[in-house]
Ligand binder design. Structure first.
Ligand code: AHM
Ligand code: MG
Length: 283
């Protein structure tokens, strides 16, 4: 796993360079969800693919930017599902973006995720890695090297509320849930990039990020293998919880297609209890 995390560090430095220098416009192509791809999406995807091509423990790759599985090494152990540049449409307004990596062993489903990592490209480059049985580790890059900062532990209760999705399309009980948190004094912190939004909650002690089912997106927006499950793992390892809208752990998701999405709620314990009450989920 160390080799994979080391490779991610090299990838992060390269993608950060592209973010700072590449043209911010669209490419001529679209991804498997039918969305137009930015040149940065295509470049980041290429950087990741090239980097893992040489790592023999990597059996295959699945990218948010591509349909299907890219087989790399027959005797490899892991499949890496990744979102090369999440929130890339925020790059042209100079907000933070990120890369997300879910490392799976065996069939592609939540319970087979063995490690995950994400990179935040902001004023600095930061990396968080997680493996089973230990707290997530937080690193910050300086002059091309990643220094270990600390292990991440979520407080039982935070004060950040990051509610995703278009409000007009929320259902009533979701509106009530979000409003009740604000009435308790929670502060709105939402950039529209899930990587910096979830990173902020992790580092500032706690709170909740939600991307619910909406009338226009009944299965949510965020993709299970590349976005939802890797972050669910990190939140659980940090002492928090991660559920879908039925109260099921996101780590129990079993996508039937690599690009399947899920409503998702990730947060510290207090906010997840509030969610269960508002949604009428069983405890
Ligand atoms: P992307 O992978 O196409 O960049 O989409 C994912 C992003 C998340 O970072 C963010 O939470 C969400 O889309 C916001 O979407 P929207 O503004 O459409 O609600
Ligand atoms: Mg994404």
């Amino acid at each position: 796993m160390l080799t994979i995390f080391e490779t991610i560090k090299h990838i992060a430095i390269k993608i950060d360079h592209e973010i700072k220098t590449e043209d911010l416009g669209y490419s001529d192509s679209s991804n498997s969800s039918g969305e137009d791809q930015l040149k940065l999406d295509v470049k980041s995807d290429y950087i990741i693919e090239e980097a893992f091509k040489n790592i023999s423990i990597v059996k295959s790759l699945v990218s948010e930017e591509k349909e299907g599985v890219l087989e790399l090494h027959e005797n490899g152990k892991y499949t890496i599902c990744y979102d090369p540049l999440d929130g890339s449409s925020l790059a042209d307004v100079n907000l933070s973006v990120g890369s997300i990596f879910g490392i799976y062993q065996g069939e592609l489903k939540g319970e087979n995720l063995v490690a995950s990592a994400y990179v935040v490209y902001g004023p600095r480059i930061e990396l968080v890695t997680a493996i089973k049985g230990s707290k997530p580790k937080h690193y910050r890059a300086q002059e091309g090297l990643f220094n270990f900062i600390d292990e991440i532990t979520l407080d039982e209760k935070g004060n950040i509320n990051a509610p995703g999705g278009t409000q007009q399309n929320w259902c009533e009980y979701h509106k009530t849930f979000v409003d009740d948190l604000f009435s308790e004094g929670y502060r709105l912190r939402y950039s529209g990039g899930m990587v910096p939004d979830l990173h902020q909650i992790l580092l500032k002690g706690g709170g909740i990020f939600s991307y619910p089912a909406t009338s226009d997106k009944p299965y949510g927006k965020l993709r299970q293998l590349f976005e939802v499950i890797p972050f669910a793992f990190i939140y659980e390892q940090a002492g928090g919880q991660a559920l879908n809208d039925k109260g099921m752990r996101l780590m129990e998701l079993e996508p039937s297609h690599p690009h399947d999405t899920s409503p998702c709620f990730l947060g510290s314990n207090y906010e997840i209890t509030q969610l269960r009450d508002a949604y009428g989920m069983k405890n």
